[in-house]
Ligand binder design. Structure first.
Ligand SMILES: *[C@@H]1O[C@H](CO)[C@@H](O)[C@H](O)[C@H]1NC(C)=O
Ligand SMILES: *[C@@H]1O[C@H](CO)[C@@H](O)[C@H](O)[C@H]1NC(C)=O
Ligand SMILES: *[C@@H]1O[C@H](CO)[C@@H](O)[C@H](O)[C@H]1NC(C)=O
Ligand SMILES: *[C@@H]1O[C@H](CO)[C@@H](O)[C@H](O)[C@H]1NC(C)=O
Ligand SMILES: *[C@@H]1O[C@H](CO)[C@@H](O)[C@H](O)[C@H]1NC(C)=O
Ligand SMILES: *[C@@H]1O[C@H](CO)[C@@H](O)[C@H](O)[C@H]1NC(C)=O
Ligand SMILES: *[C@@H]1O[C@H](CO)[C@@H](O)[C@H](O)[C@H]1NC(C)=O
Ligand SMILES: *[C@@H]1O[C@H](CO)[C@@H](O)[C@H](O)[C@H]1NC(C)=O
Ligand SMILES: *[C@@H]1O[C@H](CO)[C@@H](O)[C@H](O)[C@H]1NC(C)=O
Ligand SMILES: *[C@@H]1O[C@H](CO)[C@@H](O)[C@H](O)[C@H]1NC(C)=O
Length: 644
């Protein structure tokens, strides 16, 4: 007698066309059916590739619950594309649980260490890393604060001028230590090479380059703290860690009362998890990733003698070269790579799930230096929606590049366009580079950032635009004065930036650890770009901050509740900031700035004092901002959006 269950199982051993399964207890020798799932993404990918020939409906790869620890990044090329207008959909089999993709290695078998009371140690595998995650949050590299007055900048490093810093000169493992300067809008790292003549000697060219330009290492506009990091003797506080580079012994001080053997402790091994990258001739297309949690990456380049010479929102001096003129470096800044990279690609969707306990976030069409495929830019119709993005080390999403091919593509296929960032929650992020932001969109066309929550973040909420006006048609008189055009052309055509829409976002409590920031911060010209219906509340910085070169924006229908100017514009004379139209904005803070010379049009701005006295339109902006009301249950915090 056949039972129907057995019959069904027998049938399911052979995959139904277009449906493959992966499970943590699967086996790559299986058929990939629901009852004989594969073990690895790579095996499923090979099966899916064969099936896309002549496909006439969408093809699904279902990934069962659990955590998939990768040995190498997953690479999707044009061969993995959907065909004939259909998509290849990789999705969590159980969308309520999701599926985890990890680039780390769990560290177990912790024993009390003899180094110091409260420290535990464990053996780690042999690889280098800068990131260790404790219960899905960034653990802190062992560190100690150094008062700026204790050290004096010299050409080779920091001379110790106060006995309080003397211990650093003889600290064991000093050659692996780093200094980290938390400045106004930069977060800079410089590796140490040793000590000599009462001076902590810094790696070059990082030190030279960290001393030129603006908000520099030892001459910040605002001092948010200087730290020495990464030596065992600095491990004195709960949640700090240190990895001995020779013995690969991990040291960790858990929060008081916790046994590390009861915690989920993961050392990050990979720098990227997912590469979606074709070529301009053969882009990758029509792929969906749905319901995944991306976790556990690192980024080691900043440990080299290049350091991390931060400029703004993930742009840094990445070329291994000693610059004598700061502006000569500007056209060649690099970008911090994402853990999930998309370039030379179209119609790629990331829906639901999360990024958590990662270094880089999403890199969408960044410059080639930030893509492991070596092919940057060229991303179109990429969507990131319905996700929770938190516990990153850097920007959660970086859209577009910052070098010449990003703003003036030498090949039209390099254009980045139609990125959509919809209905996501961004919170609690930028732990390594704390000047980083939830969303940074630079040179790209038609970027949509709509109905997102941006809550509890260290610097600006959303940054849109780059280049300080210097790459706009006709150039910038200010950058002419600074000498930039000795190192790059004055362009006579507009950049790729236009048609942006940053709308209906809730931006709450930003600027918690840095300065000179805005709820929404813009740079350079972007015709036909609208910033509207946003609710910007309780930010430490400005509401809307239209910085150098911002022009042809519409700023409409927004409600602002800020502790300083709701609208702030900035530039040296001669001005290229201007020609903006700011309409129907209501603020609790009476004034915008007084830059009337900017030739902006400001109409119908209003002051409000309480929810009760708001107009119905203003109330509706407040209530509707952020993720839609039916999705607010997934917020990890509560926000008062009024008694409406
Ligand atoms: C996977 O399946 C093959 C073939 O049936 C078998 O030899 C192998 O032991 C299985 N591997 C695991 C890990 O179960
Ligand atoms: C993903 O990892 C987290 C942290 O370990 C865990 O709580 C969660 O259950 C995992 N999700 C799945 C689908 O296994
Ligand atoms: C050294 O630093 C400490 C703490 O900041 C301070 O109290 C002391 O006056 C400093 N000593 C000198 C000689 O500057
Ligand atoms: C040691 O440092 C002092 C004070 O900065 C300086 O005057 C002197 O030239 C240095 N000596 C050497 C050998 O570098
Ligand atoms: C930088 O250049 C120096 C000298 O050529 C070289 O020794 C070093 O390895 C380079 N560092 C990086 C990160 O490329
Ligand atoms: C996925 O995200 C969308 C928002 O973009 C949301 O409407 C939908 O309910 C989410 N699905 C699940 C299963 O969470
Ligand atoms: C302006 O942008 C909107 C979308 O934001 C688009 O529909 C419209 O075509 C654009 N207009 C021009 C003139 O580019
Ligand atoms: C913003 O204001 C401009 C100028 O008043 C108007 O043309 C545009 O339609 C408005 N956009 C939105 C989304 O409100
Ligand atoms: C404003 O637009 C006009 C006309 O396009 C242009 O001549 C002027 O330079 C612009 N001013 C600013 C500050 O952008
Ligand atoms: C001022 O702005 C208006 C509207 O955008 C524009 O037509 C005009 O050319 C601008 N004038 C200057 C001097 O920038």
């Amino acid at each position: 007698m056949f039972s129907t269950t057995l019959l069904l199982q027998a049938l399911l051993l052979v995959p139904v066309w277009g449906h493959y399964y992966v499970a943590v207890n699967g086996n790559d020798s299986g058929s990939g059916s629901a009852t004989a799932p594969f073990r690895t993404f790579e095996r499923a990918q090979a099966a899916a590739r064969r099936s896309t020939k002549g496909m006439n409906s969408d093809l699904y790869v279902y990934v069962g619950p659990g955590t998939y620890y990768l040995n190498e990044p997953l690479k999707f090329t044009s061969k993995d594309s959907g065909q004939n207008g259909h998509r290849v959909i990789w999705q969590a089999q159980d969308m309520t649980k999701g599926a985890n993709i990890s680039g780390g290695v769990p560290i177990t078998n912790w024993k009390a260490s003899s180094v110091r009371k409260g420290i535990y140690e464990a053996q780690a595998p042999a690889f280098t890393t800068r990131h260790f995650y404790a219960d899905q949050a960034h653990a802190q590299r062992a560190r100690a604060q150094v008062q700026r007055s204790w050290v004096k900048e010299t050409a080779t490093g920091l001379q110790v001028v106060n006995d309080s810093a003397k211990y650093i000169l003889t600290m064991s493992g000093l050659e692996h230590a780093e200094f980290h300067a938390h400045n106004s809008f930069t977060s800079r790292y410089n590796p140490v090479t040793g000590a000599s003549n009462n001076t902590i000697v810094m790696a070059q060219p990082a030190w030279n380059n960290n001393l030129i330009g603006y908000d520099t290492f030892n001459n910040p506009y605002v001092d948010h703290g200087l730290y020495v990091e990464n030596a065992l003797s600095l491990l004195t506080d709960p949640n700090e860690w240190y990895l001995d580079p020779a013995s690969h012994t991990m040291y960790y001080m858990p929060p008081s009362g916790l046994d590390p053997n009861d915690m989920y402790l993961v050392l990050a091994k990979l720098e990227t998890l997912l590469l979606v990258g074709g070529t301009y001739d053969q882009p990758v297309h029509d792929l969906t990733f749905r319901g995944f949690n991306y976790m556990h990456t690192t980024w080691n380049y900043m440990s080299t003698d290049v350091g991390y010479v931060d400029q703004q929102t993930g742009g840094y001096i990445g070329i291994n070269k000693t610059y004598t003129n700061f502006d000569s470096s500007r056209p060649f800044w690099w970008q911090v790579p994402g853990s999930i990279q998309v370039s030379a690609a179209r119609n790629i969707l990331f829906q639901n799930g999360s990024i958590v306990a990662l270094m880089g976030g999403f890199g969408i069409g960044n410059d080639p230096n930030a893509h492991s495929t070596g092919v940057g830019l060229g991303a179109s119709d990429v969507e990131i929606s319905g996700m929770l993005l938190h516990q990153t080390g850097a920007n959660a999403i970086t859209i577009g590049g910052i070098q010449a091919n990003a703003h003036h593509p030498s090949d039209p296929r390099m254009l980045n366009q139609n990125t959509r960032v919809l209905e996501n929650i961004f919170t609690d992020l930028a732990y390594t580079i704390d000047s980083a932001v939830p969303i940074f969109a630079s040179y790209a066309k038609d970027t949509y950032i709509v109905h997102n929550d941006v809550v509890n973040v260290p610097y600006s909420g959303i940054c849109y635009g780059y280049g300080w006006g210097s790459n706009d048609a006709g150039g910038s008189p200010e950058y002419q004065l600074r000498g930039l055009y000795n190192y790059q052309p004055v362009y006579n055509t507009p950049t790729t930036m236009q048609g942006g829409r940053i709308s209906a976002n809730l931006i709450y409590n930003v600027g918690t650890r840095h300065s000179d920031d805005g709820g929404i911060y813009t740079l350079s010209a972007s015709p036909n770009t609208t910033l509207d219906d946003n609710y910007i509340k309780s930010t430490q910085g400005f509401g809307y901050y239209l910085d150098e070169g911002s022009s042809f924006y519409y700023v409409n229908n927004s409600v602002l509740d800020t502790s300083s100017e709701w609208l702030h514009r900035n530039e040296q004379p001669t001005y290229t900031t201007g020609n903006n139209t700011i309409a129907n904005c209501a603020s609790n803070f009476a004034s915008s700035d007084s830059h009337n010379q900017y030739n902006d049009t400001i109409v119908n701005s209003a002051q409000w004092t309480s929810y009760q006295t708001m107009s119905p339109k203003q109330k509706s902006v407040v209530y509707l901002a952020g993720v839609p009301p039916d999705q607010r249950g997934r917020r990890p915090y509560s926000i008062d959006q009024g008694p409406f």
